[in-house]
Structures are given as structure tokens and as C-alpha cells.
Design a protein around this ligand. Structure first.
Ligand code: 4AD
Ligand code: MG
Length: 461
């Protein structure tokens, strides 16, 4: 007999169906004459309740040994349940213990464990309610992202993971090498000509520059892949390895860029609310109270718009005591971002036209040459979720900016070439995938929305 996922048993099973389910025991209660076993297979939030009579063959060795965490195979008949927790349950015809706990205590007991503790058992945490919900939502969110771009004829581009260029120019890259570090240290110098690529190579911080070359040929592209940053920031919002979605659009300016970003965020929220109802209900009750309501409001609200200069003026007038004092020219910190989106605007807000000194070299210089056509999307609870810009498409201006930023112009010859042949205004942005999952689920630490978090000093699993 073929296995049925519990998701399908619960959503489309009919009374009297014969079903075979397989999963892990959540709880077991033994009464006189029969046992109730809650089984979950991770295909959905819900468990299926199995009723096993003590007269069933092998009851003692299979059912009475099936402790929380054990894996089981159950064949039975779907019957309507007298209990008020569920409408149907399985009356077992056959109950087989597949893998027991060897008599040891299962690390996941019925009580609620802290997310910090669960990080120390990263291999078992997907079996909890919270992490099951988060990772099903993560999967549906990824699908929604592809669906959004596919429906709009964007081409999905696989940008390289190993690169020789530093997109953000921030010098926070992981080096990729096959050189023997001890030998190099003994020699006192490194000869990159002897390295695998015969030059210095790194893990990418962004697929944007490669994305631009393809947008300047295929019009609208997006990347969706892992990116790596060796910045030493131990915050609840930063990972050393995270996933980013980077659309890039030819013949597009900053306004068009923000229109796509707003439609994109709203589409993904709607899709997840619609297709992850049970998991979102759990998040609404146990992770972030009221999150369904607040996300539903975001879908219909117009996002706010502020220039950097307006944002700084508002922060200066706010009367708030910030840890980092506010002045024109400073980098807007998380505390400022949160105030702007939560208190000042009360919904997601685009902040645009930042001073050129605090943004990357490729952003288009505004008139007056003090600011660039950049945009960050700030959202309540998180601050920055998207960073993007219109790109500098003017050859001479770009050359000047690369020099001003002390970057090696020879490394960017191919990027400059895009501005020599058929240059076009173009724009794009990057959405931090894990930040989006935090936004959707209400989880407050980014380590809890990626399967295996990598942060400074931590690569535990
Ligand atoms: O603002 P960022 O650095 O922008 C870029 O990388 C551009 N190349 C994007 C583009 O225009 N194509 O990063 C984009 C987003 C941030 O808004 C944030 O959500 C996320 O990526 N992000 C991180 N997420 C987790 N951990 C980190 N260390 C992150 N750094 C950035
Ligand atoms: Mg940014």
C-alpha cells in the first residue's frame, strides 16, 4: 500500500478510506484497552490521531514502546473522531515501530524549549512545531518568489558563487583558495599566480554585477542564491551565509525599481498568508501575536516614501534618545530605521537618495552630486529588508566614482564595457531572504529561519 502524507489525510481524507501513514510520535496516551498516538510527518502543521486497541497484534512491542520521537508506520481506517480536537482519526489495523529511541530520553520533551537551546540541537529542531512551521513557510515563500518573477517574464539567472570582483566594495569577503596556508605563511608571502584560479578569488557578496550584464541583454532578470559576508556583526539580523533575491531591470529608473519591490513584497505576503494558513495561525498565536492582521494590512497599504534628507530631519525632530546621534551624512542605524517605519510612518517605507559616501560605487549619482539614486525598504520589527538602486549608466561618471572609491578600475573592465556599448538606464534591488522569513513569521533571530546558521565563531552543524 502507498503512503499518504498526513497533510493529505487531514485535508482530503474521507471517512472509511484505508490509509497508510508514516511519521514520528508526538505523544502517546494509554487507556484501559487502547492507546491514542499523535503522529506527525512534517508535511503539515497538524498531527493525525491514531487509536490502537490493545488486542492488536504486537501491541506490547510496537505501541507501548513507541515513545515521543519514535518513528512509526500505521495502516488503518479513517473514522470520524468523537474528540473535539480533530474531525477524523485513524483506527489502526497495523502499527509498526520503525525506529525507537533505544530506551534513551528524547531531547525534545513536551515542554516548550527555548530557541537558543534548540540551536544546540540543530539536527532535531526541525521536528518542533515552531521550526516545522518556519521551514514550510520558507519553502512556500521561495516558490512564491519564483512565481512572481516568472509571471512577469523575468529570466532566472544563476550568478556565480565564486567570484573575482567585490560587488559591495566593502572588503568583507571570504577568500577561496587551494593554497596551503601553512606553506604560504612559512614563505612569508602569498603568490596568487600559484592559486587555483591564478588570481585572488572569493565567495560572492552579491550577484548584482553579473545580473546587470544579463539585464543589459535579456531586459529583466533575477537571481536567487546564497551570498557570503565575512563581516564580524553578531546581531540577530546578520548571517555570514544568507540567501538573496536580486532582480535587475533594463530601461528602468529608481521609481520603477520601487514599484516592482512594493508589488513583490505584497505578492509574497499574500501568497504565504493564503497557502500557509495553519503555520501562520501558529506563528500568530505563539511567535508574534497579531502578525496575520498586520501583514494583511501591509498588502493593501501604500508604502511610504522619504528621502534620506527628510528622514534625517524627522529623526532630529523626534525627541528620541538614540544610541547613535543623528546628523546628515551618517549611516542610518537599525534603531533609526525602526523608529522611521514603526513610529514615524507606521508601515513599510522607502528611504531614498542617500549620501554617496555611505553607499556603493555603482549607484547613480543624483543632480548636485551629493546623493545617489539608492533606496532601502524599511519594515516594522526589522528595519532594512531590501537595498537597491538605479545604477550609474554613464561611462565617465562611473569611471570617476570607481576612482573616488579607490577600487581597481582594471578589475571592472567588463562592467565598464556595458556603459560603452548600448548603455541603458537600469535598476535593481536585493531582498534578504532570511529577513523576509523573519518578517513573515515574526521570528526575532535570523539564526532561527535558516536551516544551519553560519555566524562569527559558529559553524556547529
Ligand atoms: O543592502 P545590500 O548589501 O545590497 C546589495 O547587496 C545589493 N547588491 C543589492 C542589489 O541592489 N542588487 O543587501 C541586500 C539585502 C539587505 O537589505 C538585507 O535584507 C540582506 O540583503 N542582507 C543580509 N541578510 C542577512 N545577513 C547579512 N549579513 C545581510 N546583509 C545584507
Ligand atoms: Mg543595504
Amino acid at each position: 500500500m502507498k503512503r499518504t502524507l498526513i497533510k493529505h489525510v487531514l485535508s482530503s481524507g474521507n471517512v472509511n478510506d484505508e490509509v497508510l501513514v508514516q511519521g514520528w510520535v508526538k505523544t502517546r496516551r494509554d487507556n484501559k484497552g487502547f492507546s491514542f498516538v499523535e503522529v506527525n510527518d512534517g508535511s503539515c502543521f497538524g498531527n493525525v490521531q491514531v487509536v490502537v486497541e490493545s488486542s492488536l497484534a504486537g501491541y506490547d512491542v510496537n505501541v507501548l514502546a513507541a515513545a515521543t520521537g519514535a518513528s512509526v508506520t500505521v495502516r488503518g481506517i479513517l473514522v470520524s473522531s468523537p474528540g473535539k480536537e480533530q474531525s477524523t482519526e485513524i483506527k489502526a489495523v497495523e502499527f509498526k515501530l520503525v525506529g525507537d529511541n533505544g530506551g534513551e530520553e528524547y531531547p525534545l520533551q513536551k515542554k516548550r524549549h527555548s530557541n537558543e537551546f534548540l540551536r544546540t540541537i540543530g539536527h532535531l529542531r526541525p521536528r518542533t512545531n515552531t521550526f516545522g512551521a518556519v521551514f514550510r513557510i520558507r519553502s512556500v515563500c521561495a516558490y512564491a518568489i519564483h512565481k512572481f518573477f516568472n509571471e512577469r517574464s523575468f529570466v532566472y539567472l544563476h550568478s556565480p558563487i565564486i567570484t573575482a570582483s567585490d560587488c559591495e566594495g566593502a572588503g568583507t569577503m571570504f577568500q577561496v583558495t587551494t593554497l596551503n596556508l601553512e606553506e604560504a605563511a612559512a614563505k612569508g608571502k602569498v603568490n596568487y599566480a600559484e592559486d587555483f584560479f591564478e588570481k585572488k578569488a572569493s565567495l560572492t557578496v552579491s550577484g548584482q554585477l553579473e545580473g546587470e550584464t544579463f539585464a543589459c541583454a535579456l531586459s529583466n532578470i533575477y537571481t536567487f542564491g546564497p551570498t557570503f559576508r565575512a563581516e564580524n556583526s553578531n546581531t540577530p539580523r546578520h548571517l555570514a551565509e544568507f540567501w538573496m533575491i536580486e532582480p535587475e531591470m533594463a530601461f528602468c529608473d529608481l521609481r520603477g525599481d520601487m514599484e516592482v519591490a512594493e508589488a513583490f513584497i505584497k505578492y509574497v505576503i499574500s501568497y504565504v498568508l493564503e497557502n500557509c494558513a495553519d503555520d501562520m495561525k501558529f506563528c500568530n498565536q505563539w511567535v508574534e501575536k497579531g502578525i496575520i492582521d498586520s501583514l494583511t494590512k501591509v498588502v493593501t497599504a501604500d508604502f511610504g516614501h522619504l528621502t534620506y534628507t527628510e528622514a534625517i530631519a524627522a529623526l532630529e525632530k523626534s525627541g528620541e534618545q538614540f544610541e547613535f546621534p543623528v546628523h546628515w551624512g551618517m549611516d542610518i542605524q537599525t534603531e533609526h530605521e525602526k523608529w522611521l517605519t514603526e513610529k514615524h510612518v507606521g508601515r513599510p517605507v522607502f528611504v531614498t537618495n542617500y549620501p554617496k559616501e555611505i553607499k556603493a560605487f555603482y549607484m547613480r549619482l543624483d543632480e548636485g552630486e551629493k546623493t545617489v539614486s539608492a533606496m532601502d525598504l524599511l519594515v516594522p520589527r526589522l528595519g532594512e529588508i531590501i537595498g537597491g538602486s538605479q545604477r550609474e549608466e554613464r561611462y565617465d561618471v562611473l569611471k570617476r566614482r570607481i576612482e573616488e572609491c579607490h577600487l581597481n578600475i582594471d578589475e571592472y573592465w567588463w562592467y565598464m564595457d556595458l556603459r560603452r556599448y548600448g548603455s541603458v538606464p537600469h535598476a535593481g534591488f536585493g531582498l534578504g531572504f532570511e529577513r523576509m522569513i523573519m518578517y513573515l513569521t515574526g521570528m526575532t533571530n535570523i539564526r532561527d529561519v535558516i536551516p544551519y546558521p553560519r555566524t562569527p565563531g559558529n559553524i556547529a552543524f
